[in-house]
Design a protein around this ligand. Structure first.
Ligand SMILES: Cc1cc2nc3c(=O)[nH]c(=O)nc-3n(C[C@H](O)[C@H](O)[C@H](O)COP(=O)(O)OP(=O)(O)OC[C@H]3O[C@@H](n4cnc5c(N)ncnc54)[C@H](O)[C@@H]3O)c2cc1C
Length: 426
């Protein structure tokens, strides 16, 4: 099997780079072992919320110079300030162009509410999710409405968050008889399964009637993200029937918006003609000189897969793109050089909420994001996303931003190299 580019890992990074390359006429395959971090997605993409020294960031673009001083190996520092700005804008356009209408700006963070009721800055937020700017939410009184027995959404946490931003709240619960079957099994009483019930045409009027009754005297409804799975028409229709805004709040995993986004991107990639090999894992590769020549996977055994270029986007420890044993942190497919602290005692802090050094470990690359093996860059192997070293996604609040921008960056590098692409004018 021969491709222009083969991508190892089908999370946010792999899918964005795959779609971009297919849009520009390449023949691509994505090989992906399983679920990705998108299944835990909050509905908001973070670009840069804090500098490494903890200084809060309001304007990510304006903070790049200081970031590059504090973090010389940060992926954003490697791409440079002007490329960062260009790709941040490009990422938003990319989503809008493929039909994901997203809101936000790389020159001003806005705020979102987490399932724990924390208020956090962020970059881009999906439609219908609650977000606000400058400490003000545009309503006075909201009805927080939850499904009886649904534990992945805690109205008390959410109420506290809204009260902090000056919104008065009421908390209400409801049931639909049809939910009683799935309620018997707590592992099935999750956002995706609730959505199968709420999204049914037959249940729409009843749901609208309940939400109207439970939100009497309120300007808006706050609802858990468990409606409109893979069908973006359901919520707008419900809002019309109820006659007031309904704002979604992300639930504890699984994330409905995350699973929907993953499937949407995957479908988009395959509609463009891309091959998505789900449930297969790249086990090892042949490297000759500074070129990857063949990839081998679990399902294809000794049949090699070859490509002019390879993107490694297999994620961090969470997705097993990185592994650790008692002595080292390593990348299991190509055995690329990795950045980590030698003394294992320095890897983590016993206080869970403190900065964890292991978050910053990852694969070393050069400025063009080539993977490096035994100190030598591999010319046709690019590394992108959560597997990269040099940044702390949690403390800096830059996880999805690094994934998105590095995905577009490596796609551009490949297209420039293959000369099928005019770089975006500066
Ligand atoms: C739990 C969690 C929640 C997050 N939530 C948010 C959020 O709400 N907002 C935000 O801005 N950022 C968030 N982030 C950060 C950011 O979204 C992620 O870092 C980003 O989605 C990572 O994308 P990725 O494609 O690089 O890696 P991943 O999403 O981890 O995907 C890697 C993929 O590679 C596959 N894979 C691994 N090894 C192989 C192999 N050998 N062969 C084939 N496939 C392989 C894995 O199965 C997986 O599908 C979150 C991160 C985590 C871990």
């Amino acid at each position: 099997m021969k491709f222009d580019t083969v991508i190892v890992g089908g999370g946010l990074t792999g899918l964005v780079s795959g779609i971009r390359l297919m849009q520009k006429g390449q023949k691509c395959a994505i090989i992906s072992s399983g679920q990705s971090a998108l299944h835990f997605f909050s509905g908001s993409f973070d670009l840069l919320n804090n500098l490494p020294d903890g200084t809060p960031v309001n304007n990510p673009e304006a903070s790049l110079l200081e970031l590059s001083k504090q973090a010389p190996n940060h992926p954003y520092t490697k791409m440079g300030e002007s490329k960062f700005k260009e790709l941040a804008q490009e990422a938003k356009n990319f989503l809008n162009e493929i039909g994901i209408k997203i809101q936000g700006s790389s020159t001003k963070n806005h705020y979102r509410i987490t399932p724990m009721g924390m208020i956090k800055p962020t970059w881009l937020t999906m439609p219908n999710f609650a977000f606000f700017e400058d400490g003000k939410f545009p309503i006075k009184k909201a009805a927080i409405i939850n499904v009886e027995g649904f534990l992945d959404f805690n109205p008390d946490f959410i109420s506290e968050a809204f009260e902090k931003i000056g919104v008065e709240t009421t908390i209400n619960y409801f049931n639909l008889p049809e939910l009683n079957t799935i309620r018997k099994n707590p592992s099935e009483f999750r956002s995706t399964n609730l959505s199968f019930v709420f999204d049914k045409e037959d249940n729409q009027d009843l749901l609208a009637k309940i939400l109207t009754e439970k939100s009497q005297g309120c300007d808006a409804i706050i609802f858990p993200d468990c409606i409109g799975f893979r069908n973006s028409d359901v919520l707008p229709k419900l809002i019309q029937k109820v006659g007031k805004p309904i704002y979604l709040i992300p639930t504890f995993p699984p994330s409905l918006v995350g699973v929907s986004t993953q499937l949407y991107l995957k479908d988009y990639f395959t509609k463009l003609g891309g091959i998505f090999m789900l449930g297969d894992s790249v086990t090892h590769a042949n490297i000759e000189g500074n070129q990857v020549t063949e990839l081998y996977t679990l399902n294809h055994g000794n049949i090699p897969i070859s490509a002019k270029n390879v993107i490694l986007s297999s994620g961090s420890f969470f997705s097993q793109g990185l592994l650790a044993d008692s002595k080292q942190v390593y990348e299991p497919v190509f055995d690329l050089d990795t950045d980590y602290l030698q003394d294992r005692a320095d890897w983590y802090n016993r206080n869970l909420f403190e900065k964890q050094n292991y978050q910053q470990f990852g694969v070393k690359t050069d400025k063009n994001f080539h993977g490096i093996k035994n100190d030598m860059p591999i010319d046709n192997l690019y590394v992108a996303g959560a597997i990269l070293s040099g940044f702390n996604p949690l403390k800096e609040g830059c996880g999805a931003g690094v994934s998105f921008l590095s995905a577009l960056y490596v796609a551009e590098q490949i297209l420039i190299k293959e000369k099928t692409y005019e770089p975006i004018a500066q």
